[in-house]
Design a protein around this ligand. Sequence first.
Ligand code: NDP
Length: 323
Amino acid sequence: MPKAVVVRATGGPEALEHTEVEAKSPGAGQLLVEVAAAGVNYIDTYHRSGLYPMPLPFGLGLEGAGRVVGVGPEVTGFAEGDRVAWASAPGSYAEQAVVPAAVAVPVPEGVADETAAALLLQGMTAHYLVASTYPVRDGDTVLVHAAAGGMGLLLVQLAKARGARVIGTVSTEAKEALAREAGADEVIRYDREDFAARTRQLTDGAGVAAVYDGVGRTTFDGSLASLKPRGVLALYGAASGPVPPVDPQRLNQAGAVYLTRPSLTWYTATREELEWRAGELFEAVRSGALRVRIGGRYPLAEARRAHEDLEGRRTTGKLLLVP
Ligand code: NDP
């Protein structure tokens, strides 16, 4: 029987159970995939903890890449043996995953399975944030929090590619070096400095056009205070915890700024949009314009340790589980 990581009761990393599960067969519109690598994402910790409730028990994980070993009825465009990747198939922390063909994309030649598994969820998120949520323009200055994380390193590179001056925040010296290597022009140690005050200083008092904030509770106030008038706060996650309710008048006081809370679902709502974002990312990786840093590989059986490291702020770049 194949193995998978299952949550029977929500909780801390100990809630992750590596166990045998029933072999699956693909239903209508589905692919059965032998998983080469599964991506670890912060949202997996929200599902595990119950912050985002899921019906119990459930197979954890959304992202991965691998080889198609079964094709369900009514599937067109995929065949056994194809290499595919995906960012939204629940139960992806597994040796075998059932992936709706509607969310699978072919992995082009020249892109390794692990790279594909590491790229899609965070890559498409970084893509929509800089291309659609606040479309970065040449000459903008933007602020990227947790700039050495999975999302952060991709955001820095994609914002730079659009001509921005990028200010990143990080909590350690090693993370500072990684953020600079990815292209950050300025890096603020927000663990020991008021990042909003420093951002004002670095922009001659003007503030930034956009803040990309996946940290949430601990950065929210400073993010608002870092914006220029009519700037955009893209609050796309809550690594430090959810942000408490906000009085809309605060957006006025901050300079008639815009607050949005986006997620990938709304930015890959059509097949066309999904293929556009995935296609641009694969091409950027193939051409060498975008580098994907795999900061940690863990055996599937050690998913728990991957969660502990991610939530303990000990990781950089992308984490993968390898069955
Ligand atoms: P990261 O690799 O960025 O890891 C989280 C990082 O956040 C840490 O390394 C740490 O960096 C920073 N951080 C700051 N405070 C804390 C804290 N109290 N606890 C833990 N980490 C903290 O993770 P991901 O790239 O997977 O995800 C980043 C964010 O992006 C998450 O909030 C996630 O939910 C969000 N996300 C949202 C999506 C969307 O569409 N809305 C899609 C994908 C991700 P440092 O040590 O430098 O402070």
